[in-house]
Design a protein around this ligand. Structure first.
Ligand code: ADP
Ligand code: MG
Length: 347
């Protein structure tokens, strides 16, 4: 695992942050520890990294909502590779204003407002649809399906939509931000992203591990079951193990709110696969498959079947209205139609 324990890896930057850091450092690739040391203190979870015994002083200045337009322009420039390869230019210096420490591949930054800290997720110039509005809509739809989701809202700056997702690993107090610990499902599964390490990518194993770790096993096991159904119903095939996490505000661990819910429109109408195994038929995003391991999720068969049926009906009847009332255009809604309750789900 490149010399890093999973829990440390979770605190490091991922594709997006690495790209920013490499550009800033003027180098193509750095060591795993360099990435940790180069990324600022707003990283996910409670860990801090420094050269000495004492943790580095907390970063005081966070970006504000008023900076969004500039940050969006910087993110665009990096995505379309318009940033010069010269570390002395202002643009390269400014890059570090973008958050490098949060994971994920999409352009993003961290912001502070009166309510706390938020992850701001930007659209990319080459996106097929308005991702930020669509993700906002999916978080709403998931909430309506009884799933606990991260608080979120849309801000529009200079005509561009930005999704703000409230950080669930930071709590504002009079003395500053308290940090919750955070560990990804990739770490819980003792897995890696390398193709040969993916045999551990399994919701069935994940739920077993969760039941050992979390405070309220029944609650979180059932919640995970709902999330699997939801991902299958919206064709969210980007549900990889970094898109699930557990957090501990104090002593006890629990499943984090759901985040990064994105529909897709694969060509196949019969078979779509989630990123993790979800039943006896492997990764197949299919109702029978999901039902097959109901007992591991501490649900009896009837309860599990009922969750599946109700959620299917809910998504079927409300996806369009939820997209449109979240500001997704008619055109984007049409492109995305095939994501919802695809025929293979009920085969
Ligand atoms: N609301 C949140 N609070 C704290 N950490 C979060 C939150 N949302 C996402 N994260 C962390 O940030 C990472 C990147 O966010 P994500 O929404 O998955 O972006 P991307 O679309 O680029 O994958 C996640 O893998 C997770 O570790
Ligand atoms: Mg993600």
């Amino acid at each position: 695992m490149n010399g890093l324990f999973g829990a440390l890896r979770d605190a490091g930057p991922d594709h997006w942050g690495r790209r920013v850091i490499e550009k800033h450092a003027g180098r193509a690739q750095l060591g795993e520890l360099d990435y940790l040391l180069e990324s600022p203190d707003d990283r996910a979870g409670a860990l801090g990294f420094g050269h000495n015994n004492m943790p580095p002083a907390p970063q005081r200045k966070f970006n504000k909502t008023v900076d969004l337009e500039k940050l969006q322009a910087l993110a665009d420039a990096l995505v379309i590779d318009e940033i010069p390869n010269d570390p002395h230019t202002q643009q390269v210096q400014d890059l570090m204003l973008l958050s490098t420490s949060m994971g994920g591949a999409r352009p993003k930054t961290v912001l502070q407002d009166g309510d706390g800290l938020w992850i701001a997720k930007f659209n990319r110039p080459d996106d097929r649809w308005n991702n930020t509005r669509v993700e906002h809509a999916m978080l709403r739809l998931a909430h309506e399906c009884g799933i606990t989701t991260a608080e979120n809202r849309i801000e529009t700056v200079g005509g561009k939509d930005v999704l703000l997702v409230k950080r669930f690993d930071r709590y504002k107090t009079a003395k500053g931000y308290m940090r919750a610990r955070m560990v990804s499902a990739l770490t819980i599964l003792r897995a890696d992203e390398a193709p040969e390490a993916r045999q551990n990518w399994s919701y069935v194993i994940l739920v077993e591990e969760l039941r050992r770790i979390v405070e309220d096993a029944k609650k979180d096991a059932r919640e995970l079951f709902r999330r699997i159904c939801f991902n299958a119903l919206i064709s969210n095939v980007d549900d990889h193990p970094r898109n699930h996490a557990v957090i501990a505000k104090e002593r006890n661990w629990k499943l984090s709110p759901a985040y990064d819910l994105t529909p897709s429109v694969p060509v196949s109408l019969e078979r779509r696969d989630l990123a993790l195994d979800c039943g006896d038929m492997g990764r197949y995003a299919n109702a029978k498959n999901i039902l097959s391991q109901h007992a591991r999720f501490l649900l009896d068969k009837d309860e599990a079947q009922k969750i599946i049926n109700n959620m299917k009906a809910q998504v079927e009847t409300t996806w369009y209205e939820t997209l449109r009332s979240s500001g997704v255009s008619e055109k984007d809604s049409r492109i995305l139609r095939g994501a919802f309750v695809y025929p293979g789900f009920s085969l």
